[in-house]
Design a protein around this ligand. Structure first.
Ligand code: RB5
Length: 147
């Protein structure tokens, strides 16, 4: 599975941990930056990963900043993106099963690396259930064209 990942300066170490973990599991990872701890702006990386997921170039995305929130807000501005912030595995699993989320965000200043790995594994292994959830997800996506 092809996964796009991005972070800002606050989450570089966490991103490296997650990349190593996912590569060991056989995922094909594309790292969209940032690549240093120099202060930078999270919307840059949110947009890169979100566009790659929206175009189908990457199947799912992972975005990490201090809280996960800035990344999530920015990614959700790109058409076709359903990004969510998850700090525990239950929400990560349901965000895939029911919401068909396509980008996982979390905060490097909020959770530790082992919990982050568990959340990431849960998100990537869960599959959208469809059915009544497909109708609701479509209603979300229809909001994109309403303004
Ligand atoms: C950067 O200091 C911080 O604001 C950012 O990583 C993120 O938490 C924003 O949502």
């Amino acid at each position: 599975m092809k996964i796009g990942i991005g972070c800002d300066h606050s989450a570089l170490d966490m991103k490296e941990e997650i990349i190593g973990h996912l590569k060991e599991k056989g995922y094909e990872i594309t790292d969209f930056g940032t690549y240093t701890k120099d202060s930078t702006d999270y919307p840059i990386y949110a947009e890169k990963v979100a566009r790659a997921v929206a175009s189908g170039e990457q199947e799912l995305g992972i975005l990490i900043c201090g809280t996960g929130m800035g990344m999530c807000l920015a990614a959700n501005k790109v058409k076709g993106i359903r990004a969510c912030v998850c700090s525990e595995p239950y929400t990560a699993k349901l965000s895939r099963l029911h919401n068909n989320a396509n980008i996982l965000c979390f905060g490097a200043r909020v959770i530790g690396p082992e919990l982050a790995k568990m959340i990431t594994d849960t998100f990537l292994e869960a599959e959208f259930e469809g059915g009544r959830h497909a109708r609701r997800v479509q209603m979300i996506m229809d909001l994109e064209g309403k303004d």
